[in-house]
Design a protein around this ligand. Structure first.
Ligand code: ATP
Length: 272
C-alpha cells in the first residue's frame, strides 16, 4: 500500500478575475519528494504555496496536505516566505525567531518545557550555522543571516512538508550551496517533501526529483531532464525558447519575452 501523499492537487485551478494562473493541475507529491517550482514573475508560484498553506482558496478543484484538506497554521508545514527584511527595531533576537517555529503557531502553554525548548532552539541554530549571531537583534542581521534563521524556524518541528519561496535569494554562492545541502539533509533525515520556488534551480538541481514549470497560464511537470528541454518549454511558452548548458549551468533563453508581466532583464537561469 502506498503512503499518503505529502501533498496533492486534483483538477486544481487558480484564477484571479479573468486571469487564469494555472488550471488542470493534478499532482501528487510523495513523502521525501523534492519539487522545484519554476517560472517567470507573476506565473503563480507564490500563490501555489499560499494554496498549500490554506491562505489562498483554489478557484476550483481540491488540495490536500498529508491527506487532510488544507488549513491555516498547520504544524505539518514548514514555510520560508519570500524575503522581507525585518525592521531594525523588531524586538526579537535570532533565537527568539527560531523558537517561534516550535510553538509560535499556537496559543496556550509551550509544547516543550523551558529546558527542552532552549536545547531544541540551540540545535536548530547550530544546524543552520547561526550560533555566532543568534543572540543579536534580528533586525540588525544581514539579509543572509536572517534567512538562515528563518530556515531554522521552518525546520523546527520536523514538518512533513517544507515550502521555500526564493529562499536562496540573498545568499552568496557558498551559502546557497550550504542551505541547499541543509534542505536535502532534512528531507533525507525526516522524509519531508519539499516545494522549492526558485528562479535559479542550479543550486538545488542535484536534489530535485521533479520540476513544476509554470508559464503562460499553463505548466509542465516531470523530471528535470523531461521538462528542462528546448522543445518542451517552447511548446509551453508557445514561442521559441532555448535551454542551454553554459559552463555547467543551464539557462533558459527566450522565456523572458513571453513572461510579459515583469520581464527579467537577464536570461533566466534554471538548470545546468
Ligand atoms: N489575492 C490576489 N488577488 C488578485 N491577484 C493576485 C492575488 N494574489 C496574487 N495575485 C496575482 O497573481 C499573479 C501571480 O502572483 P504570484 O505572487 O503567485 O507570482 P509568482 O510566480 O510568485 O511571481 P514572482 O516570481 O514575481 O514572485 C500576480 O500577477 C499577482 O498580482
Amino acid at each position: 500500500m502506498s503512503a499518503v501523499p505529502a501533498a496533492s492537487f486534483r483538477d486544481a485551478e487558480l484564477a484571479f478575475g479573468h486571469r487564469t494562473l494555472w488550471s488542470g493541475l493534478n499532482l501528487e507529491i510523495e513523502p521525501g519528494e523534492y519539487v522545484a517550482v519554476l517560472g517567470g514573475n507573476g506565473t503563480g508560484k507564490t500563490s501555489l504555496l499560499r494554496v498549500l498553506l490554506g491562505l489562498q482558496p483554489l478557484s476550483s478543484g481540491t488540495v490536500h496536505v498529508a491527506g487532510q484538506a488544507v488549513r491555516r497554521g498547520s504544524a505539518e508545514i514548514g514555510y520560508v516566505p519570500q524575503q522581507r527584511a525585518f525592521d531594525d527595531r523588531t524586538p526579537l533576537r535570532g533565537r527568539d525567531l527560531v523558537g517561534l517555529g516550535i510553538d509560535g503557531h499556537r496559543w496556550g502553554p509551550r509544547i516543550l518545557g523551558r529546558k527542552a525548548h532552549r536545547e531544541r532552539v540551540n540545535t536548530l541554530v547550530e544546524r543552520v550555522g547561526a550560533l555566532e549571531y543568534a543572540d543579536a537583534p534580528i533586525g540588525q542581521l544581514s539579509g543572509g543571516e536572517q534567512q538562515r534563521l528563518r530556515v531554522a524556524q521552518a525546520l523546527a518541528m520536523d514538518p512533513s512538508l517544507l515550502l521555500f519561496d526564493e529562499a536562496l535569494l540573498s545568499l552568496d554562492l557558498h551559502r546557497q550551496s550550504q542551505l541547499a545541502q541543509l534542505v536535502a539533509e532534512q528531507r533525507d533525515r525526516t522524509g519531508a517533501a519539499v516545494f522549492f520556488v526558485t528562479h535559479d534551480v542550479n543550486p538545488i538541481i542535484d536534489d530535485v526529483d521533479r520540476v513544476l514549470y509554470l508559464a503562460n497560464g499553463s505548466f509542465r511537470v516531470g523530471t528535470p531532464a523531461e521538462v528542462l528541454r528546448s522543445d518542451v518549454l517552447s511548446e509551453l511558452y508557445g514561442a521559441r525558447v532555448e535551454v542551454m548548458n553554459v559552463a555547467g549551468r543551464v539557462l533558459v533563453v527566450g522565456a523572458e519575452i513571453v513572461d510579459h508581466c515583469h520581464p527579467p532583464t537577464t536570461p533566466e537561469e534554471v538548470t545546468r
